[in-house]
Each structure stands twice: as structure tokens, then as C-alpha cells.
Write a protein that binds this ligand. Sequence first.
Ligand code: HMG
Ligand code: MG
Length: 311
Amino acid sequence: MVLPKMYQPMNYPKHVHIVEVGPRDGLQNEKQEIPASVKIELVNRLSDAGFKNIESGSFVSPKWVPQMATSAEVFAGIARKSGVIYSALTPNMKGFEGALAAKADEVVIFGAASEAFSQKNINCSIAESIERFRPVAEAAKANNIRLRAAVSCALGCPYQGDVPVSAVVDCVERFAELGCDDIGIADTIGVGTPAHTREVFEAAAKRYPIAQISGHFHDTYGQALANILVCLEVGVATFDTSVAGLGGCPYAKGATGNVSTEDVLYMLHGMGIETGIDLDKVCAAGEFISQALGRAPHSRVSRALAAKRAA
Ligand code: HMG
Ligand code: MG
């Protein structure tokens, strides 16, 4: 595919690392039953497209998130590609044990900058969540498993509304103390705008190395690409994205999916920023999973390229 003329401003990272979260964040909110075989094929198609980190499932309570109940089956069925990190969400030691048994390469502890969201999503306060994550972090280190953290509601909360920047920074500091390899700052409900995003990421970067901070943007209000651009200017070089724009959090009503991987790749590649990922293969993976779900991909780039092919 021929991309528009390259434009490479000096201050953007030359390479961006994309964590594909479609099989987890993308599918967790789907009400219909998705066979493990479909999830497995999705993960395999994504590894074939060149992703080096694929969030492939969650070891959470099946009563809370029924769609992720097949995660052990998914991990057991995927064709592992060397050099690819297959990651899993783990809210507590029970989740860690599941991830360890499934041979996950990375575990993700997920907290929030909002007390209200912490209660709704993981049924405990922020302080309690950190105490639950502490043994998970220690066990991850002891087992040489990479440790990532997610700070939900960093740009707004569906229950509390505004979230102070200081609450995000506080959460980042708590995760830093647990020895996380990466801390993801998440706009769970996609309400953030670029100036706010800049303020939050710049404040976080004062407390934690920017190379270990990632961005996770839901696209509810159509701000995600603009927010990612601002993050690139701040120096963030890792982003979570979701194939076909799948997703949403079951405990963040009204929030739509993550920013589409295809749209982010198109933007980055068009700016001359390398990702090592094959956009055409991602589009094909997005069409595969969207067809399985009985709808068209949310990605505008995917739809535009499909229309171009059909013309
Ligand atoms: P709880 O009810 O307080 O937990 O839930 P509990 O320890 O009292 O246990 C209750 C039951 O759950 C017991 O079973 C446990 O065994 C079981 P029972 O005796 O009733 O049969 N249980 C588990 N089962 C499987 N795996 C586990 C596990 N832990 C307990 N790990 C808990 C607390 C954290 C478990 C629950 O609230 C939960 O599972 N929450 C998960 C919510 C979730 O997955 N949300 C979506 C992911 S976060 C997200 O999408 C945001 C993100 O994308 C970033 C962003 O956008 O912001 C990451
Ligand atoms: Mg999310």
C-alpha cells in the first residue's frame, strides 16, 4: 500500500511500540459467546502481522467478566511466536496463578486514579488494590514475568467525573514502587482532549521514566488520535490499540472501543514512524474478527482501504 508523502518532524520517536489489546480489551465487553477457537485465530493473525505484545486474555472472576472465562483455553491454543509477549490481566494472586499456569509472558495489574471506578471495576479501594497487587508484583519478579500496570480513568471517570492530575500521579507513584516495567495511563471512557492529555502525561513523566510510560486511549469522543499525537510530542513511544476498534470496559458504561490499531498505524506510518507491523494484515485480522461478531470494523482506515480495493 502506498502511504501519503512521509513527514518526519525531529521530535517524534522514530519507532513506536504497539501493544495490541483487541483480544482482551476488545472482546471482554462482547455479550455474544465467542468460541475460544476464534480468539485463538485472532491472536495468531495478530502475531503474524508483526505485533510484539498481544494482550490475549484476563484471569479475572468469570462472574464479573464472563467473556474472559476462556482465557486459559486461548493461551493453551495459540501458536506462540518467538519474541512475542502474550500478556494477561491479573487483578489478584488467583489471577496471577492462572496467568502463570497459562504461561503468560507478562501480567497486567490494573488500578484506577478514581476511587469510584476502583470500587466498581475491582471491588476495592485504590489503597486496597495496591495491597492486592503487591504479592502479584513480587510473584511476577520471582517468576521472571514482565509486569505492566494500567491506571484507569486518568482523564475522567464515568462515576466521579473529573479526576485530578495529582490522583493520576499518585497512582503512577504507587505502581512505580511495585517495580512495574511499564505503566499505562488510560483514558478508559475516551473523554480526554489534547491539552488535558499533555498535562497528565507530562506530570507522570516527572515521576516515572517516559520510556516506561504507555498510553491507552478509548475513542468514545473521537479524541484518541489527537491525544496520541500529543503523547508522541511528550515522548511517549508505546501505545495500546485495538484491532478494528473493538472494545470497552464492562464497568464503564457508554464507553466505546479502544482507538483502532489500523488508524494508529496509518497515522504513524504516514509520519515515517516505524512500528514493524503490517497494516494490511491487521486490516485482514480486523475483518476476520468483525465478521465473526457480525458487524463491520470500526476502523475508518480499514473501511477506507476496503472501499479503495473494491473500487
Ligand atoms: P471480588 O468478588 O471482590 O473477589 O471480586 P473475591 O476475592 O471476594 O472472590 C469472589 C469470587 O471470585 C470467588 O469465587 C473467587 O474465587 C473468585 P466464589 O467463591 O464466589 O465462587 N475470584 C476469581 N476467579 C477467577 N479469577 C480471579 C478471581 N479472583 C476472585 N482472578 C475481582 C474482585 C477483582 C476478582 C473482580 O472484581 C473482578 O474479577 N474484576 C475484573 C474486572 C475486569 O476485568 N474489568 C475489565 C478489565 S479493566 C479495563 O478494561 C481497563 C483497562 O483496559 C484500562 C482502561 O481502559 O482503563 C485495563
Ligand atoms: Mg481499556
